[in-house]
Design a binder for this molecule. Structure first.
Ligand SMILES: Cc1cc2nc3c(=O)[nH]c(=O)nc-3n(C[C@H](O)[C@H](O)[C@H](O)COP(=O)(O)OP(=O)(O)OC[C@H]3O[C@@H](n4cnc5c(N)ncnc54)[C@H](O)[C@@H]3O)c2cc1C
Ligand code: SF4
Length: 333
């Protein structure tokens, strides 16, 4: 296996051209970018990912957090998760993002993990991570043993007959509630994709997890200008207090005037096949009193389409309670 290190902005087109030789931007690609390596190296050790070349992007100048002229925030692709969570502007204006990142992984992992790497982390489904087992995501057409097997941790929203794997990210749930935009450059030029559209539902092609094409490099993520007076909360429920993925999580950005919700942005983690923005919950709260009864109604709306598997029915009520509590926490903050 070869590794290339790119150090200057001028090198980026070469890196992209090399990566564009890949057959897909995700599973099975011959050429892969490597950032913190905390997802990719693990999967290479398991022989789930077997690239022949790695392109090290750590020396590209993509490691800054910058204020945008219009008031938003530009987060470089290689900004470490720990730097992002502890950035003064993020803690002040986008605290749901800081809370979500700090609820994930461990301090050591967050010191290595990057913004783009986190966007592209892969499912923790045990069958996906075991090349001895069939898995439609790893090997399209081979089957999905999780549907009749160990599915306690897996999704209840956005599933298909081909795949029920959960997206494991905490950061992405907060970015969904914040309506972030992912910026990409690739062989076809630069483009911007709304966070809600960046991850794909599994459908019949669970091997395709995002809109990235071969050779695409994420350059940065933008957050819109902060909403004055908005109230933020991220709540993550899991099997143990740290170093564990979510069974259910909720990211909430609320605006309340005179006891009435004027705007709500809500996303769920641990229950969806992608970071799960919930327009249903947001609509259920609009112009309603900011009280527990209405928060619970919003949580019911969020989980209305949930489809449980043999071992994860409990997640539906857990997610309702998680969201209700997150809304109460945000309202009181
Ligand atoms: C033990 C453990 C526990 C964890 N717990 C949690 C948790 O509780 N919550 C949570 O959210 N996460 C958790 N994680 C996941 C962790 O957040 C991710 O591994 C990390 O964010 C990935 O970032 P990275 O920079 O290391 O990615 P890498 O491993 O370097 O890359 C990941 C993928 O992204 C691609 N890539 C990287 N940068 C770019 C770019 N700029 N453009 C295009 N493609 C790119 C790579 O090719 C690769 O496919 C855990 C991980 C471990 C190992
Ligand atoms: S749920 Fe998805 S990732 Fe897990 S075994 Fe089925 S196809 Fe593979």
């Amino acid at each position: 296996m070869k590794t290339f290190t790119f150090t200057r902005p001028d090198d980026a087109p070469d890196a992209i051209a090399a990566a564009a030789q890949a057959t897909t931007a995700q599973q099975g690609a011959e050429v892969r970018f490597i950032a913190g390596g905390t997802t990719l190296v693990d999967l290479m050790k398991l022989r789930v990912e077997t690239p022949s070349q790695l392109v090290d992007i750590n020396r590209l100048p993509l490691d800054k957090i910058e204020a945008l002229p219009g008031g938003g925030l530009k987060i470089g692709a290689t900004v470490r998760n720990s730097d992002l969570a502890n950035d003064a502007a993020v803690k002040r204006d986008y605290s749901v993002l800081s809370q979500a990142i700090l609820a994930g992984a461990s301090a050591q992992l967050r010191n290595m993990a990057t913004t783009a790497g986190n966007l592209l982390q892969r499912t923790r489904c045990v069958y996906f991570r075991d090349p001895a087992m069939p898995c439609n995501k790893r090997e399209p057409g081979s089957g999905c043993p999780a549907i009749t097997g160990a599915n306690r941790m897996l999704a209840v929203l956005g599933t298909s007959e081909q795949c029920i794997a959960t997206n494991p990210s905490d950061m992405c749930v907060a970015m969904a509630a914040l309506e972030a935009t992912v910026h990409i450059t690739g062989p076809r030029g630069a483009r911007a994709v709304a966070m809600a559209d960046f991850h794909l539902l599994p459908g019949d092609t669970p091997q395709r997890e995002t809109v990235l094409e071969p050779g695409d490099l994420i350059t940065h993520v933008e957050l819109p200008p902060p909403r004055a007076g908005s109230k933020h909360a991220y709540l993550k429920l899991r099997d143990r207090a740290s170093y564990e993925f979510a069974l259910a999580s909720a990211a909430v950005v609320l605006e309340i005037t005179n006891g009435t919700v004027t705007r709500a942005r809500i996303a769920l983690g641990g229950v969806g096949t992608k970071p799960w923005r919930s327009p249903e919950a947001e609509a259920a709260l609009a112009d309603r009193p900011a009280d527990r009864a209405h928060f619970r109604q919003a949580a019911e709306a969020a989980m209305r389409e949930a489809k449980p598997q043999s071992e994860n029915r409990f997640k539906i009520e857990l997610a309702r309670r998680c969201l209700t509590h997150a809304l109460e926490t945000a309202a009181k903050s």
